[in-house]
Each structure stands twice: as C-alpha cells, then as structure tokens.
Design a protein around this ligand. Structure first.
Ligand SMILES: NC(=O)c1ccc[n+]([C@@H]2O[C@H](COP(=O)([O-])OP(=O)(O)OC[C@H]3O[C@@H](n4cnc5c(N)ncnc54)[C@H](O)[C@@H]3O)[C@@H](O)[C@H]2O)c1
Length: 440
C-alpha cells in the first residue's frame, strides 16, 4: 500500500519505517530540510535502538523515501499520516498549529481521494477541525467535489522501545465513522497483527480520548507511587517492598509503579496538561490530574531538598557527578527531563557538574549549556574528585558499577539515587552515604 507520513520525528519516522519494512511504499515528509537531507544520506536525527539500520535498509531497497514536499507523497498515496508535534500551548491545551497546517496543505495539494490518518496526540474534536480545514481549502480551489476521510489512529509507542512497540503493539486503535475506511486502515495493520485481535475499531472521539486517558492513567500511577514513597520515608517503610507487594496483585500489575524523580519526556507532561484543559472546556473541574502534576513537579524539588539538606544551602565549590541526563534510558530525548530542573536548581546554589549520558549529551548541551557543566565521555570520569553522585536516569550500565572504583575516584562518598538502583543496606556496608526515594 502507498503511505505518506508527515512529520519525521520520533513517531513519524518510526511509523514510516515500520510500514516500509512490511513492504509498503512510504514517503516520509518533513518541513525541516536539513533533517530530510540527512535522512537521505542515512543520518538519523534521533537515537532510537534499531532505527538506523531499519531506515537505511528500507531506503536502500527503495520502499522508504524522504521529501520536504507533501505533494510529492500525496500524489502517490492512499493514506496520509499526520505525525507532527502537538506541544502545549500557553494554557496547557495542545497547540494544533502544526496539525492544522498539514491539513491545510493536504487540502491545497490533493487531487484525488485520500484517507487522512491522525497519529499525533490531539484533543477530542480535532478530526472535525482537520476535516473542515481540508474541506475549506478544497472549496477555495473549486475542488469541493474531491472526497476524503479523516481517521484517528493514536500512537502508543514508547521512546527507547519504539520499533518493537510498533511492530508488536498491545493494540491498534482505529477511530472512524466509516466502515469501508476502517477496513482499509485495518488492512495496513494486518501484517503487524496477524490474528487481528488487537485491532480496536471505534468512533473517532473515543479514539482521540483513549490516547490521553492512557497517558493520564500511567502518569497517575507514577505520581501515586511517589506519594506513597514520601509516606514510606516518613514512616520507615520501603517503597520497593510496597511496590512488589501491590504489583503482584493481578488487578494492579507491575508496570509503571516505580517511585523516582517523576515522569518527564515529550508526552506525559503535555498530555496530562492537555486533558486537564479538555476537562475544563467541557465544564468539569478536574481533581485527580492537577494533583498528579503537582506531585510530579514536587518530586524534583524533594530531590533537590535532600541534596541541600546533606550538602548545604550554599553549594559553591561542590562538584556533582551526574549519571544520566535523558528523561529515561534508551533515548536522547531531553524534553521535560527531571535532570534539567535538578541541575538548574542545584546550579543556582553554586554547584558544578561533571555529567555523563550514553546518548543524550549533545541534546543536553543544547538545553543546559556548558556553563558550570563539564560533559565527560566515560561515566567513571564523571566521578573524579566529585563530592557526590546524582543518579538521574536508570541506564543499564549504572545498575552494577564497580563500587570500589567509584569510592576511589570520588572525593565524597555520597550518592543521591533518583531511580532506586541500589540496595540501601549494601550501600551502607560499602561505605556510601546513600539517599534514594521512599526507602529510609
Ligand atoms: N515521542 C513519543 O514517544 C510519542 C508517542 C506517542 C505519541 N506521540 C505524539 O506524536 C506526535 C509527534 O511526536 P514526536 O515526538 O514524533 O514529535 P517530534 O517533535 O519528534 O517530530 C515532529 C516532526 O514534525 C515536523 N513538522 C512540524 N510541522 C510540520 C509540517 N507542517 N510539515 C511537515 N513536518 C512538520 C517537525 O519538523 C518534526 O520533525 C505528538 O503529537 C506526540 O504527542 C509521541
């Protein structure tokens, strides 16, 4: 089948590449000329395990093409995916300018029937807006007779595991009011879902809301655990034991129950904000999700407080080793990463940093700058002469480090672990002053 994917970021590039890998002919479109030029040369704009090899192979075999011209793809394709960003606007609602810009361009360029599939995360009612923008542009051209459909097909992939998530999704949601269109989109997904039992067809509004409800639920679990973790610290319980205790209940399950320095990334923070705005627009006064947000913001402050309590209000002259900058492992995405607030919060008090992340260093440099932060190329180098270590992203290599080597490199033997990677008892025995989350 012939597919155009507009937006070649985390979602668009993975979507286009996975469709191409199943034998479809795919055009990936982006307005960023440099990104498209690089993609043509096999240079991938993001870090995502397995993506580079898959992009190169499908490009070389002619199924995956890159262009800045939406029309070039549109002329050949039955499906046009919209996978552009929907960042938060000033009031927290999703900013739809990129989605509607693409809709406008589709209306100005299409010459025959297309199925417009919205993969960007968008609020309830967006499909209607996309439809009316396209129809308006067609009217202006005197081509109002041209037919098209708009479908909601939200994406649930996780950065760091995006290809696997796309190839073997827990579910594919197709929101449409047209049975024939549903069948065509389903056909596109059939090679991924050989038994088809994970393809859920529903009305457009339910599909749009499902994406927000899913992210809001996951964010709520994280904030819930962080709130329980604070109670654990106060009453002498251990959040890791509580997590095992509740996670083994099949009604609760084990995922997304980790206490830490809070969620970040390009999705949870903005999607929680956006669903709160939608609730307000429909006359509700949201209660759970503002609390989820507040707890999440508070986790970073609580971590900073722990550091300040141990190391002093004035951190002038103190050097902190930082292990991990990305908002989570296996990605270079720094959007809303807890490391940003934590480093900035401590820097204001005079701290300096020696930071390491396996893949996010360049993105981190652009976000945090180099003033007071030295970016080192090996993680043990970050420890040299450091007064304390801040473990901020749970990359695998930090799980079982050589603790004797750590001690020999560090000036002070203090570890602030924002991701509960080590056993507190063993850390004490190893001679570290160890602070973590929800374990006294
Ligand atoms: N990143 C994730 O893990 C994830 C997961 C599920 C859903 N989503 C949702 O998918 C959408 C895209 O997210 P992302 O992380 O891939 O964003 P991104 O910022 O990585 O990529 C968006 C791309 O769209 C391009 N673009 C913007 N306007 C354009 C236009 N008019 N024409 C062509 N290209 C244009 C940008 O240049 C950029 O390359 C968002 O709505 C997001 O909420 C993201």
């Amino acid at each position: 089948m012939k597919v155009t994917v507009v937006g070649s970021g985390y979602v668009g590039l993975v979507t286009g590449t996975c469709f191409a890998d199943m034998g479809n002919d795919v055009w990936c479109v982006d307005i960023d000329e440099k990104k498209i030029e690089n993609l043509k040369k096999g240079v991938i704009p993001i870090y995502e395990p397995g993506l580079e090899e898959m992009v190169k192979r499908n490009h070389e075999e002619g199924r995956l093409k890159f262009t800045v011209s939406l029309k070039e793809g549109l002329d050949e394709s039955l499906f046009v995916y919209i996978a552009v960003g929907t960042p938060p606007g000033e009031d927290g609602s999703a900013d739809l300018q990129h989605v509607l810009a693409v809709a406008g361009e589709i209306g100005r360029s299409m010459e025959r029937y297309v199925i417009v599939v919205n993969k960007s995360t968008v609020p309830v009612g967006t499909a209607d807006r996309v439809r009316s923008v396209i129809a308006g542009e067609l009217e202006k051209r005197g081509r109002g007779e041209l037919e098209f459909d708009v479908v909601s097909n939200p994406e649930f992939l996780k950065e760091g595991n995006a290809i696997e998530d796309f190839l073997r999704a827990d579910r594919v949601i197709i929101g449409t009011d047209n049975v024939r269109t549903a069948e065509l989109v389903k056909e596109l997904y059939d090679p991924f879902q050989r038994k088809g039992e994970k393809i859920l067809i529903m009305d457009i509004r339910s599909a749009e809301l499902t994406k927000y409800a899913a992210n809001a639920m996951l964010a709520t679990r994280i904030s819930f655990m962080n709130e329980v973790a604070a109670l654990c610290e106060a009453c002498g319980a251990d959040i890791e034991k509580v997590r095992e205790g509740i996670g083994s209940d099949s009604r609760i399950g084990r995922s997304f129950l980790y206490a830490g320095i809070g969620y970040g990334g390009s999705c949870f923070p903005k999607d929680v904000k956006a669903i709160i705005q939608t609730q307000k627009e429909y006359g509700f006064s949201p209660k759970i999700l503002p609390a989820v947000e507040e707890i999440n913001r508070g986790q970073r402050d609580r971590f900073i407080e722990k550091v300040v309590k141990e190391m002093g209000e004035d951190l002038t002259g103190k050097i902190f080793a930082v292990w991990g900058l990305a908002f989570k492992p296996q990605t270079d995405d720094m959007r809303e990463a807890p490391s940003i607030d934590i480093i900035r919060g401590l820097k204001k008090r005079g701290a300096r940093f020696q930071a390491f992340d396996p893949v996010a260093m360049n993105v981190a440099k652009a976000e945090l700058g180099t003033d007071g932060i030295e970016y080192v190329s090996a993680y043990y180098d970050a420890l040299k002469g450091a007064d304390a270590l801040l473990l901020l992203t749970e990359w695998h290599q930090f799980r079982r480090p050589d603790f004797d080597k750590m001690k020999s490199l560090m000036k002070g033997h203090v570890v602030f672990d924002g991701r509960n990677q080590y056993d507190p008892q063993k850390m004490r025995e190893r001679g570290f002053l160890y602070y973590c989350i929800g374990r006294s």
